[in-house]
Design a protein around this ligand. Structure first.
Ligand SMILES: Nc1nc2c(c(=O)[nH]1)N[C@H]1C(S)=C(S)[C@@H](COP(=O)(O)OP(=O)(O)OC[C@H]3O[C@@H](n4cnc5c(=O)[nH]c(N)nc54)[C@H](O)[C@@H]3O)O[C@H]1N2
Ligand SMILES: Nc1nc2c(c(=O)[nH]1)N[C@H]1C(S)=C(S)[C@@H](COP(=O)(O)OP(=O)(O)OC[C@H]3O[C@@H](n4cnc5c(=O)[nH]c(N)nc54)[C@H](O)[C@@H]3O)O[C@H]1N2
Ligand SMILES: [Mo]
Length: 582
């Protein structure tokens, strides 16, 4: 798993030490030297002791995320430990689940962050808590692209008006930030070597690094620690911090030198880089000399369309030809006829444009077909990216063996009473009952978005709500629309009961992303305003989600990694005073 910071020492200093050790002839290579230090314990991964002051990040920039109103499972712990601000954690630290290999601090640090920045165009629970808010341009004030793997169109964002007052496009914000970091780096960081640790990633040689799914421990054993095999790949890179701003607005030289790789298909983009240079111009000096300019949001959008097979037929065909050689099946016919088709940003502005079939995805749109995943695998027998190359259910990794989960199997929810002393399910108190607390996605919003307008608020009854069964409602003498409170060791949530026969007995739904900006009264439990759906949750990481280096059980950016499991949460739901204060 990627983890930042990477080591308990500054990775720039680690890089310097590694380089000089190699110069002195003490090690064969920098990665070998770093691995030997990790092995003998002179160097440690930061994740081995995340509560040590040198091991946590001090700055957090939220962009297109509403962490404290939406995603942060275990919200109150984030408020307490990350931000060190008002919180409603009700219980003690969960000492019952002390880790063995990660160092435990009796006094968990509070207020780890020095600076929280968010870039958003709405007032959210996160902007309320941020030190700095960058006002973002909305979708009608900037150029951008929108597309997903589930629908076959590329859409353009085109500004109807300029961003008002100080608002800036996301591209501009990051550009300005990069320029400022570069300016300050002239005095501070300059040019440094750095170590980069990368996961054993899916569709790279790393995914066959641990054959048989055996993952024996090298730490404290006789086994050697080998980068790229039983530990991350390690690489020394040079970072010119003073050039970050210049590099941010240019397409870098590795694009044409190494090509662009997706799903282990490398696209040779020399022609495209040349075309972009002629279209947008190249820089005549500085760190990006000779490189195509990406200095506006519009140019960046154009570059994305130029460099993707789904919008550039030349690349789609080239990618399929590369793949044909590897899998021995005809594939390039899927893109044939579109060799000269290039979907430009102008095209997408005129109308949503259907994409070209490309090996970047697994489906086919050839001949106007609607996209469905894996059609190329099924119809052309292109191997699935799994251990066996087929649809694959049996998993023989050591850890899955330990968990008894080598085949899909039913696992009951965790017994939170036995494990953590939470109340027993169904346990009744005075006008209260212990229930399972689920937070599925909201029907009246997409996460925290689109709910804070009169239409959606009217449709959803507005404000915070708790869906519950008639049986549970009767047990605590609650009628539809009464105010209730959900409380457990993690925190508190206040909302109106929506009593519905659609809910099974013993379960409540508190829909995802009901944030503290709309109709959130003070809670009786804490006397404080606040508590969101995620106040009552906390994360339990499922160990098998951290398996890596074994075929499709390998980490991949934005695709495969642990999820935050919060679905075994037990909460007391109780009737409260119907007089609410804000
Ligand atoms: N308890 C619980 N927690 C969950 C989940 C759950 O089911 N239960 N679901 C999880 C899942 S699957 C997800 S995906 C996450 C979602 O969690 P988040 O990604 O944190 O949620 P959003 O509310 O979608 O936040 C997106 C923010 O980006 C802003 N935004 C939108 N467009 C732009 C833009 O163009 N520029 C800028 N600068 N900002 C923009 C929006 O205004 C919004 O505030 O939550 C996770 N957390
Ligand atoms: N309207 C709307 N649509 C959305 C989104 C949104 O916010 N709003 N978000 C989008 C995003 S980013 C995502 S990730 C998807 C999420 O889409 P889904 O994964 O479908 O989302 P959920 O509603 O979180 O969960 C689905 C169901 O899982 C059930 N469930 C809970 N625990 C368990 C369990 O232990 N076992 C089983 N079998 N079921 C369980 C819940 O009761 C719930 O009905 O939705 C996408 N679409
Ligand atoms: Mo999601």
């Amino acid at each position: 798993m990627p983890f930042y910071p990477q080591f308990h020492e500054n990775s720039l200093d680690v890089a310097d030490a590694a380089v000089s050790a190699v110069e002195r002839g003490e090690a064969e290579s920098e990665p070998a030297w770093i691995a030997s230090k990790l092995k003998n314990g002179e160097l440690n991964f930061a994740v081995e002791d995340p509560d040590a002051p040198e091991n946590w990040p001090r700055t957090l920039v939220l962009w297109r995320s509403n962490l404290f109103g939406s995603s942060a499972k275990g919200e109150e712990y984030f408020l307490k430990h990350l931000l060190g601000t008002h919180n409603s954690v009700q219980g003690e630290d969960h000492v019952a689940s002390k880790p063995r290999d990660v160092r435990w601090h009796e006094e968990a640090p509070e207020g780890k962050l020095d600076l929280l920045v968010s870039a958003d165009f709405r007032m959210t629970s996160s902007t309320l808590l941020s030190d700095i808010v960058f006002p973002a341009a909305t979708w009608y004030e900037k150029y951008d692209l929108s597309s997903t793997d589930m629908h076959p169109f590329v859409h353009a964002f085109t500004p109807a008006i300029s961003p008002p007052w100080e608002a800036k496009t996301d591209w501009k914000m990051f550009q300005l930030l990069a320029d400022e970091v570069a300016r300050q780096s002239r005095d501070h960081l300059g040019v440094r070597k750095d170590v980069v640790a990368t996961a054993l990633t899916h569709d790279t040689p790393g995914e066959i690094a641990q054959p048989g799914g055996h993952a024996p421990e090298w730490k404290g054993t006789d086994l050697p620690a080998i980068p790229g095999k039983n530990m991350p790949n390690l690489k020394i890179v040079e970072r010119d911090y003073t050039a970050i701003g210049d590099k941010f607005v240019a397409l870098g030289p590795l694009a044409d030198k190494l090509g662009l790789t997706t799903k282990n298909v490398t696209f040779d983009v020399k022609h495209q880089v040349d075309q972009l240079g002629r279209l947008h111009g190249v820089f005549d000096s500085g760190a990006a000399e000779g490189r195509p300019a990406l200095d506006t949001d519009q140019r960046m959008a154009e570059a994305i369309l130029m460099l993707s097979g789904t919008t550039n037929g030349e690349l789609a065909t080239q990618g399929f030809e590369t793949l044909e050689k590897r899998v021995g099946k005809e594939l390039s016919d899927l893109a044939r006829g579109s060799e000269e088709k290039r979907i430009t940003f102008k095209d997408t502005q005129q109308a949503p444009v259907p994409v070209i079939t490309s090996p970047e995805w697994s489906g086919s749109e050839t001949g106007g077909r609607r996209y469905a995943p894996f059609t190329v695998n099924i119809e052309r027998l292109k191997p699935f990216h799994t251990l066996s190359g087929r649809m694959h259910f049996f998993l023989d990794h050591d850890w899955l063996k330990d968990m008894g989960e080598m085949l899909p199997t039913y696992r009951p929810p965790l017994d939170m009473h036995r494990l953590f002393g939470e109340p027993k399910l169904g346990e009744k108190g005075e006008l209260s009952i212990a229930v399972r607390y689920l937070t599925p996605h909201n029907k009246w919003s997409i996460h925290s978005e689109y709910q804070d307008n009169l239409f959606m608020l009217s449709l959803s009854r507005g404000g915070t709500s708790v869906w519950m069964s008639p049986q549970d409602a009767t047990a605590i003498e609650v009628s539809d629309n009464d105010w209730v409170e959900c409380v457990n060791t993690n925190g508190v949530f206040v909302g109106r009961a929506v009593v519905s026969h659609r809910m099974p007995e013993g379960v409540v739904y508190v829909h995802h992303a009901q944030e503290r900006t709309i109709d959130v009264p003070k809670s009786e439990t804490t006397g404080k305003r606040g508590g969101i759906h995620n106040s009552v949750t906390r994360i339990l990481v499922k160990p098998t989600h951290m398996i890596g280096g074994y075929a499709h059980l390998s980490w991949a950016f934005n695709y495969m990694g642990p999820t935050g499991n919060q679905r075994d949460i037990v909460s007391i739901v109780r009737k409260r005073s119907q007089e609410v204060q804000y």
